[in-house]
Design a protein around this ligand. Structure first.
Ligand SMILES: O=C(O)CCC(=O)C(=O)O
Length: 269
C-alpha cells in the first residue's frame, strides 16, 4: 500500500512528476524569512574561510566579488542547518521521493543588483546521487522574477539524460558550464513570492539570468537533498543529514559521468 501524502495534493505530485518542478507557496513563514535574513546579513559582514570569501575592499566592478554565494552554511551556522532541515520542506520531499530525504548541501545567494546569473545546468551532474536522484529546494528570500534574475526552468527536462556541459558565456554567467535545452524546449521563469519554495528534479535543466535591477538583491536559500535509499554521492556533499540533525555517510561516487572525467567534487555547482 502506498503511504499517505504528508504535504502535497495528488495534483501537485503529478505536476512534479510530469514537469520536473513544483512551486509550493508560503512554505517559509514571514518569521522564518526574517530569521534567515538576519543570519545571512550577519554572515555577509566578513569572510568565513572556505565557505564565504568576499572581497571587502570594494575594488571590483563585479558585485559578486563583494557578495559571492555562501557555500555549505549549515557546516558553520546552526540557523542555516535548522532551515536546511525545515520540517515543511522535508515533508514535501518525503512526498516527492516516496521516502525520507537526506540533506546534502546548503547555499545562500545574495545576487546583488547587476550581478551575473548562472548558466543552464543539471544538478545531478555534480551531486551524482545514485541510485535515485537529488532534488533542490530553492527558497525565495526576496520575491524573484525576470528583472532581478529569478530562476529559470526548462519544463519536462527531468526526463532528459544528464549531459556533458558546454562552455558558458562568462559575461553572463558566473559559472562555467552550460547545458543546451533540447530543440523544442524553452526556459521559462519561475516567478515567486518571498517564502515560496521551488522543488526540482536533479536532471531538470535550470539556471538564471543577470539581476538587471539597480537596487534589488535577489536572495535565495538553496538546499539539495538525496533519497534515503541512495548509496553514493560526490565527495563534496558528504556527510549528509537526517531530519533529527544527525550525520549519515554515503559512499563516494567517483563515477566519471557523461564527460568521462573522474571528478572528486572539489567542484561545487
Ligand atoms: O539561484 C540561482 O541564480 C541559480 C541557482 C542554481 O541554479 C542552483 O542552485 O543549482
Amino acid at each position: 500500500m502506498t503511504e499517505a501524502l504528508r504535504a502535497l495534493t495528488k495534483e501537485q505530485l503529478h505536476q512534479f512528476r510530469t514537469e520536473g518542478y513544483l512551486i509550493v507557496k508560503g512554505l517559509f513563514s514571514q518569521e522564518d524569512i526574517r530569521a534567515v535574513e538576519e543570519t545571512f546579513d550577519e554572515i555577509s559582514r566578513g569572510p568565513v574561510p572556505g565557505f564565504f570569501e568576499p572581497d571587502m575592499n570594494g575594488e571590483s566592478d563585479d558585485p559578486l566579488k563583494r557578495y559571492p554565494r555562501v557555500m555549505h552554511p549549515h557546516r558553520f551556522n546552526e540557523t542555516a542547518k535548522q532551515y536546511m532541515l525545515h520540517q515543511p520542506v522535508l515533508d514535501v520531499l518525503h512526498d516527492l521521493y516516496g521516502e525520507e530525504a537526506l540533506a546534502a548541501q546548503s547555499m545562500f545567494y545574495y545576487k546583488p543588483p547587476g550581478s551575473r546569473g548562472q548558466a543552464l545546468h543539471q544538478d545531478n551532474f555534480y551531486l551524482k546521487v545514485e541510485p535515485g536522484n537529488c532534488i533542490a529546494a530553492w527558497t525565495a528570500i526576496d520575491a524573484a522574477n525576470m528583472d532581478n534574475g529569478g530562476l529559470l526552468v526548462v519544463p519536462k527536462t527531468s526526463d532528459y539524460e544528464i549531459s556533458c556541459p558546454e562552455q558558458a558565456d562568462s559575461s553572463e554567467s558566473f559559472t562555467t558550464h552550460y547545458v543546451k535545452p533540447p530543440k523544442d524546449q524553452k526556459a521559462i521563469p519561475a516567478v515567486m513570492d518571498k517564502g515560496d519554495v521551488l522543488f526540482f528534479n536533479g536532471n531538470l535543466i535550470h539556471g538564471s539570468y543577470r539581476n538587471k535591477t539597480k537596487d534589488q538583491f535577489r536572495r535565495a536559500f538553496i538546499c539539495h537533498y538525496a533519497n534515503a535509499s541512495a548509496t553514493r554521492i560526490s565527495n563534496y556533499y558528504r556527510p549528509l543529514y537526517r531530519a533529527d540533525g544527525s550525520a549519515v555517510d554515503l559512499e563516494v561516487n567517483t563515477d566519471g559521468g557523461p564527460c568521462g572525467i573522474e571528478f572528486d567534487m572539489a567542484y561545487p555547482h
